[in-house]
Structure formats: structure tokens, C-alpha cells
Write a protein that binds this ligand. Structure first.
Ligand SMILES: Cc1cc2nc3c(=O)[nH]c(=O)nc-3n(C[C@H](O)[C@H](O)[C@H](O)COP(=O)(O)O)c2cc1C
Length: 161
């Protein structure tokens, strides 16, 4: 769902090697769905380049483009793209739970799953920060973000009891 390399076995996309749309990993699924439904389809997952989004729309693969992780940080991403920005940042490629010297831990399947969640928590924490004081914190570590989100979840659960 998040396009994390190595998280699980990968299926080949049934789209041409040449198409720009390969960065958006649900496009072939959307193209297949377009044949079965007659409602507008929003496709999400991996879109970062404006030309890829344009190709997905123009080719009929998508009626609407969804943006997930970029929007947690670049909250005016659509406006920036429409104003001519070529590409949104790929924060997920720079984020890791493990420091470089512990990167080998990412080869352990169970830890890889936990590390993928931790990176996702970094995006949750940005939304949390935005909700609190309107600011994101790009320098937040994945570990600190994980602590922040887990503490918050614990507090929510306690408040519900
Ligand atoms: C903060 C956040 C919360 C999300 N919550 C859900 C969810 O509740 N259900 C779901 O199916 N996908 C959820 N997703 C996954 C997104 O729908 C999307 O599939 C994923 O982020 C890949 O798109 P992207 O490359 O634009 O981030 C979430 C993503 C983010 C960043």
C-alpha cells in the first residue's frame, strides 16, 4: 500500500516499462477498474511528479490524483503543482528508523515491518504537529515520531476507558 521496497513480495505492474506512470503503483489496478465502473476514480500511491500525474489523467487511468504522504508536509502541494512545481519531495526515501550503522537490522523481516510502521508514524506525527500549532517539523527523527504517536495513542485509549 505504501510502495516500500522489500516489505513484501512485489507484483509486476501490467503497464509498459516506458510509461512514466510506473512510479504510481496502483495505476494498472485503476486502469482495470475503469473498465468495470462508471464513477470517477481517484488513484493514490506513489505520485510525486507532475508529468506522471498528467499522464495518468490524460491516459484515462485516473480521474483524480490522490496525494498522501507529501500532503502531510507540503500542505499546499496541489497549489504548488498547479503553479508549475515539477516534483514533490519523497520524504519516505530519506526516513529510516535505524541509523546508518544499524541499517543491517532492516534485513530482518519482523524488524522491517516495524521500521515501515515507524516511518509511517513520522507522517502521522507531522499531522499531529500541524493540528497542534500549525507547523511541521522536518527534523523530527523517526524514533521521536514513533514515541510521540504511540504516547498519543496510549493517552487516547486511556481517555476512552
Ligand atoms: C497519514 C496517513 C494516513 C493513512 N491512512 C490510511 C487509512 O486509514 N486507510 C488506507 O487505506 N490508507 C491510508 N493511508 C495510505 C494512503 O491512502 C496511500 O495509499 C499511501 O499513503 C500511498 O500514497 P502516497 O504515496 O501518496 O503517500 C494513509 C496514509 C497516510 C500518509
Amino acid at each position: 500500500m505504501l510502495g516500500i521496497a522489500g516489505a513484501e513480495a512485489e507484483e509486476d505492474q501490467h503497464v509498459a516499462q516506458s510509461t512514466l506512470m510506473r512510479e504510481a503503483y496502483f495505476v494498472d489496478f485503476a486502469v482495470a477498474m475503469q473498465e468495470k465502473v462508471n464513477i470517477p476514480l481517484m488513484v493514490i500511491g506513489g505520485f510525486r511528479r507532475r508529468d506522471v500525474m498528467e499522464q495518468a489523467i490524460n491516459s484515462g487511468g485516473a480521474d483524480l490524483i490522490g496525494l498522501g504522504r507529501p500532503m502531510c508536509v507540503v500542505t499546499d502541494a496541489p497549489a504548488q503543482l498547479l503553479a508549475g512545481l515539477d516534483e514533490l519531495p519523497r520524504f519516505e526515501n530519506q526516513l529510516s528508523l535505524f541509523p546508518t550503522w544499524l541499517a543491517f537490522l532492516g534485513r530482518v523481516q519482523a524488524l522491517r515491518g516495524a521500521a515501515a510502521f515507524a516511518v509511517q508514524f513520522w507522517f502521522y506525527a507531522q499531522l499531529d504537529n500541524l493540528g497542534r500549532d500549525g507547523h511541521i517539523n522536518k527534523n523530527l527523527s523517526v524514533l521521536a515520531a514513533t514515541r510521540q504517536v504511540m504516547l498519543q495513542q496510549k493517552n487516547w485509549l486511556a481517555a476512552r476507558r
